[in-house]
Every structure is written in structure tokens, then in C-alpha cells.
Design a binder for this molecule. Structure first.
Ligand code: NAP
Length: 247
């Protein structure tokens, strides 16, 4: 129970990686605030059930991470947040030459600006307590750049830069900021992106561990960054990809 007494806030937590992290943090002792878009209310309820089954408390927010006013109001209302996981994200694959401005803007709004808005809403209370953990869910796409994911990879590269700069701007107040770069994780986003069994087989074979990721594979690294075990680690990004990418 290394997170006992802590409250964690996970965005985009109705399914996939966000849901796994939220339940994993609860299993390690944290109480949870989970949020997602209003249309994900039913799935969010199911995740809340999994959190309360661990014996921890959970609270739901229907929140768009691009809505600054709503984020600030929600954060003010929920009170103490010790751990923030910026997980909400979108991926609509398109070649750069086929990309329209609306798709570009949507990715930067959710994947990049969302991290800024939610972090800035939570940081004042973390600074006041001289403690806090922020974990940004980036992607190995940010490191490598992937065909049909140029815009997405660019947003995730922004997340890595935000991670490094926030770390330097908040470390004096006892706050650490780190990123996780998942590889190919079999969530709705991951499966949609792969598209076919042949692609799944190909990437499983490329991976050193000869399989693709499960959302639960991200939990251990998230608990590490959320806990005191990582107290001297900040501004870093960890690839969690089964050995698909090595830099
Ligand atoms: P997912 O299954 O699609 O879940 C993402 C969640 O974020 C969805 O519930 C989505 O809701 C929500 N969301 C989207 N826009 C939002 C907004 N404006 N405000 C609040 N919530 C919003 O994706 P996932 O695979 O679990 O991915 C989670 C994170 O990991 C993302 O940041 C993703 O980029 C990253 N990642 C995933 C993989 C992978 O292979 N799966 C690899 C590397 C990184 P809607 O469905 O209603 O849009």
C-alpha cells in the first residue's frame, strides 16, 4: 500500500490505459478521482466499481481536458490531489499530406494543451503542500515518429518537452514530473491503430518480448512514478513497449 493516504486524479480513465492505471493506483492504496468525456459515463461507472472493490474511494468527473474553466472548477471542488496522471488522448491516423487543420488542432488541443491545462489547475495546491507527482502518458511515437501518426507524434513530443520543463519549474517545491511512453498497447486506440491481425503479428514479432502490451503493463511504471520509490527521478520518460524501441 505504498500510495496509502494519497489521492490520484486520472484523466481519460473510462477504459484502456487510464482505467488500468486508476485501478492499479487504488490497488496500491490511493483514493481516486477519475474523469472522462460525458459520453463515457457508463464506462466510468464501471471503473469506479473496480476502484471501490479494492476498498478505496473513487469520485467521477465528467470533464473535457480542453475546457479550462470546467477543469479549474472541478479541481477546486475535489480538493487535494497528490498524483495527477495526464492520460486522456486521441489518435486519428492520417498521412501528414492528407491531414486537415481540424484534425491537427484536435490532437494538439487534447494531447498537448490538455496536459498544460490540467497540470496548471492542479499545480498551485501541490506547490502549497510542497509535494506532488505528475505523470504524463506520452508515446514511443514521440521518440520515433511513425507514418500516419506525424501529428499525434508531434503532440506527444510536446508532452515530453512539457515533462522536462515542468520538472525544472516545479522541482523546488517537491514535485516530480515524469512521462511514460507506451509502445503498442491493446486498447481501443491501439487495436484501431494496428488495424489487422497481420499488423498485430508483425509488431509482436518485432518486440523483444514477442508480444504487444496490455493496459495492465503500464500500471507498474505508473505506481513507481506516483510513489516515493521514484522520489529522485524527475523530468524523465520511460519507454514501456516490450522492447520495440530502444532510445
Ligand atoms: P483510449 O482507449 O482511446 O482511451 C482514451 C480515453 O481518453 C477515451 O476514453 C477518450 O474518450 C478520452 N478522451 C479523449 N478526448 C478527451 C478529452 N478531450 N477530454 C477527456 N477525455 C478524453 O486510449 P488508450 O489507448 O487507453 O490511450 C491512453 C493514453 O495512452 C493516450 O494518451 C494515448 O495517446 C496513450 N498511448 C496509447 C498507446 C496504445 O497503443 N494504446 C500507445 C502509446 C500511447 P473518447 O473515446 O470519448 O474520445
Amino acid at each position: 500500500m505504498i500510495l496509502a493516504g494519497k489521492t490520484a486524479f486520472v484523466t481519460g480513465a473510462s477504459r484502456g490505459i487510464g482505467a488500468a492505471i486508476a485501478v492499479g493506483l487504488a490497488e496500491n492504496g490511493a483514493d481516486l478521482v477519475i474523469s472522462d468525456l460525458p459520453q463515457q459515463a457508463a464506462d466510468l461507472d464501471k471503473v469506479l466499481g473496480r476502484i471501490t472493490a479494492t476498498g478505496r474511494t473513487g469520485r467521477i468527473l465528467h470533464l473535457d481536458v480542453t475546457d479550462k474553466a470546467a477543469i479549474e472548477a472541478a479541481v477546486a471542488e475535489v480538493g487535494q490531489i497528490d498524483i495527477l496522471v495526464n492520460n486522456a488522448g486521441i489518435l486519428i491516423p492520417k498521412r501528414l499530406e492528407d491531414l486537415d487543420e481540424k484534425t491537427w488542432d484536435a490532437h494538439f488541443n487534447v494531447n498537448a494543451k490538455g496536459v498544460l491545462l490540467v497540470s496548471n489547475a492542479v499545480l498551485p495546491q501541490m506547490r502549497a503542500r510542497k509535494a506532488g507527482r505528475i505523470i504524463n502518458i506520452a508515446s514511443i511515437a514521440a521518440r520515433q515518429g511513425v507514418p500516419t501518426q506525424g501529428h499525434y507524434a508531434a503532440t506527444k513530443a510536446v508532452d515530453l518537452t512539457l515533462t522536462r520543463v515542468y520538472a525544472q519549474e516545479t522541482g523546488m517545491d517537491g514535485i516530480t514530473v515524469n512521462a511514460i511512453c507506451p509502445g503498442i498497447i491493446l486498447t481501443e486506440m491501439g487495436k484501431e491503430n494496428l488495424g489487422s491481425q497481420a499488423a498485430m503479428d508483425h509488431w509482436s514479432n518485432v518486440a523483444a518480448l514477442k508480444r504487444l502490451g496490455d493496459p495492465d503493463d503500464i500500471v507498474g511504471p505508473a505506481v513507481f512514478f506516483a510513489s516515493d520509490m521514484s522520489r529522485f527521478v524527475t523530468g524523465q520518460a520511460l519507454n514501456v513497449c516490450g522492447g520495440i524501441y530502444f532510445h
